[in-house]
Design a protein. Structure first.
Ligand SMILES: CC(=O)SCCNC(=O)CCNC(=O)[C@H](O)C(C)(C)COP(=O)(O)OP(=O)(O)OC[C@H]1O[C@@H](n2cnc3c(N)ncnc32)[C@H](O)[C@@H]1OP(=O)(O)O
Length: 188
């Protein structure tokens, strides 16, 4: 049996996002994001239920300030004691895996989504994703963009405004565009 466009998307193969199953999944997710983003901060139970419906693979105690945006929701896994400050965007075409005790500052953007750089192939509508993995005890500073395929090691810190284009090892402070290792966290 041939793979569905959804299977191809999750497995990082070329796929078409115009596939009806994916269009329906995205509509469901962005409706839930919209509803979540239009609750009052004090509507704690409603916010919790909306996040649980949107993010079935995220620890139920995760704290996401909002506004929050994602494409599908079911491709995002987050461990215990997660906190995200305002305006988190996760384009979860491919799996996004976040460990325990992770903290995001405002305006963090995780992009698994990619399009061909070749213009004629790009306008054909074909696209693909690459997974993003963030280890345990990571702190990501304000305005950071994490590009497709990147892994950030356990215990690392990413400085504000960084664009992370390549893997970052465990237990380092890294910053800049492109993001480079500055020092070990153990020098603190
Ligand atoms: C939930 C929440 O998190 S809300 C809080 C939001 N706060 C933030 O997002 C702040 C994030 N913090 C940072 O970006 C900090 O600069 C850190 C943690 C990355 C680095 O802090 P420190 O280890 O104290 O580094 P320090 O200030 O000594 O700078 C060391 C060098 O790195 C450079 N540097 C530090 N941060 C950055 C950065 N974000 N981008 C580029 N370069 C940087 C400095 O300019 C300095 O360069 P130099 O050696 O040429 O002078």
């Amino acid at each position: 049996m041939s793979k569905s466009e959804k299977q191809k998307m999750i497995e990082g193969e070329n796929y078409y996002s115009s596939d009806p199953e994916l269009v329906a999944d995205r509509l469901r997710a962005i409706d839930l994001c919209f509803q979540f983003n239009h609750t009052l901060p004090s509507q704690q139970q409603a916010r919790k239920e909306l996040l649980e419906a949107l993010l079935p693979n995220v620890d139920k105690q995760a704290e996401i300030t909002g506004p929050f945006f994602c494409d599908y929701g079911y491709n995002i896994k987050i461990g215990q004691r997660f906190y995200a400050n305002t305006d988190l965007t996760i384009l979860d075409i491919a799996p996004v895996t976040i460990g325990d005790d992770v903290m995001f500052a405002p305006h963090v953007q995780l992009y698994t989504a990619a399009h061909p750089t070749h213009p004629e192939r790009r306008i054909s509508g074909i696209e693909f994703g690459k997974p993003i993995t963030i280890g345990n005890k990571v702190w990501i500073g304000g305005g950071v963009i994490v590009c497709p395929g990147v892994t950030i090691g356990d215990g690392s810190v990413i400085g504000a405004g960084s664009v992370v284009t390549k893997d970052i090892p465990p237990r380092v402070v890294a910053a800049g565009n492109p993001c480079r290792v500055l020092r070990s966290v153990d020098e603190d």
